[in-house]
Design a binder for this molecule. Structure first.
Ligand code: NDP
Ligand code: KPL
Length: 303
């Protein structure tokens, strides 16, 4: 199968490099790093796995120069989806292509499916701590699990093949039974920690080292689980403790939203906060603590 990576940043660079390193045919769309990556290749420096240096890779500066691909892995920030995806994805489509969004948030598949009528869309959550440290250079700190849930792909055997390809890289890879539950499960982490790390200018491990913010984190997680379940997800209360353990065990890491805020890039508020708050409210549950966090983030995003 031919894979396209749309947005070769932290996530696109990490997962694309894993696939290419395992022998898959991967075509990388780059932005500001194109010239350096063309010259020097793509590097993933990992604290967990072997480092990867892809010396020769299929790197492109323009989507129009890329071949049609079977699997289009969208790894942009969701803040760019509406403005960039129509022009970046359309040239890569053939009649059997599927688009898989490796992005955080809720409702993103519906918006992308509306842009590409008749094209199968799926969503993926990445449980990984990775960030771009320089042009074509990704620093991988922790984890790497990837889970894929179907939105409207008709022939889902292609999703099974993608799961198998990721599994073959050595990463833990699964097909989720229910995309809605998958999205909300990841949001229990992102809603709690991404926003608080921005508002309190800190990292998740520090939030959990302090009694007051540890308790607040737990309360927000509980609220998100209630919101999720009001929206038809099936999340057990016990996952709060799993997430706390996961976060305590994690190497100190600033979530992607904190990196965006510090770099003065727009934050992914629509899909990580606005949609979940609105959807839970419409389903009869008001996530008041999450909404308060959202209002603070909206304020910070303006100034
Ligand atoms: N980082 C992480 O640990 C995790 C991130 N996520 C989610 O994954 C998604 C991607 O995040 P992340 O990888 O961190 O983001 P990055 O900002 O690292 O990567 C986005 C990439 O898109 C590229 N891009 C922007 N505009 C264009 C364009 N016009 N053409 C081609 N490429 C373009 C950027 O290019 P340039 O390099 O020039 O800026 C950048 O490399 C987000 O939804 C995030 O929430 C999920 C789990 C963990
Ligand atoms: C949970 C975490 C930290 C890594 O998967 C993430 O999703 C992010 O940085 O936004």
């Amino acid at each position: 199968m031919k894979y396209a990576i749309i947005g070769t940043g932290a996530i696109g660079g990490f997962y694309g490099a894993q696939l290419a390193n395992a022998g898959e045919e991967v075509h990388f769309l780059l932005n500001s790093d194109y010239a350096i990556v063309k010259e020097e290749g793509l590097h993933v420096i990992s604290e967990v796995y072997s480092d990867i240096h892809l010396e020769k890779l299929n790197a492109y500066q323009h989507a129009i120069d890329m071949p049609a691909c079977d699997v289009i892995l969208v790894c942009l920030k969701t803040t760019s989806n509406a403005s960039l995806l129509p022009s970046l994805v359309q040239p890569l489509l053939h009649s059997g292509s599927v688009i898989i969004l490796i992005q955080n948030g809720l409702g993103v598949e519906a918006d992308v499916a509306a842009m590409f009528p008749g094209v199968g869309v799926a969503g993926a959550t990445a449980l990984v701590s990775v960030y771009k440290v320089g042009p074509g250079q990704m620093h991988h700190l922790d984890y790497g699990d990837i889970e894929i849930g179907n939105y409207n792909v008709q022939d889902t055997t292609i999703i099974d093949k993608v799961v198998a390809a990721f599994d073959n890289t050595g990463l833990i890879s699964r097909k989720a039974e229910d995309l809605n539950t998958l999205r909300w499960k990841k949001l229990v982490w992102n809603i709690t920690f991404n926003g608080m790390c921005v508002v309190l200018n800190t990292t998740a491990n520090k939030l959990l080292a302090d009694r007051a913010t540890y308790n607040l984190s737990k309360e927000i997680m509980h609220e998100v689980i209630l919101g999720a379940n009001a929206c038809g997800a099936a999340l057990p209360e016990s996952m709060v403790y799993d997430m706390l353990q996961f976060t305590i065990a994690m190497r100190p890491y600033a979530p992607s939203m904190k990196l965006d805020y510090d770099a003065k890039r727009p934050m992914e508020l629509k899909y990580i906060y606005e949609n979940p708050v609105a959807m839970a409210k419409a389903a009869g549950y008001y996530m008041s603590k999450v909404d308060m966090l959202l209002q603070q983030l909206l304020f910070l995003g303006k100034y």
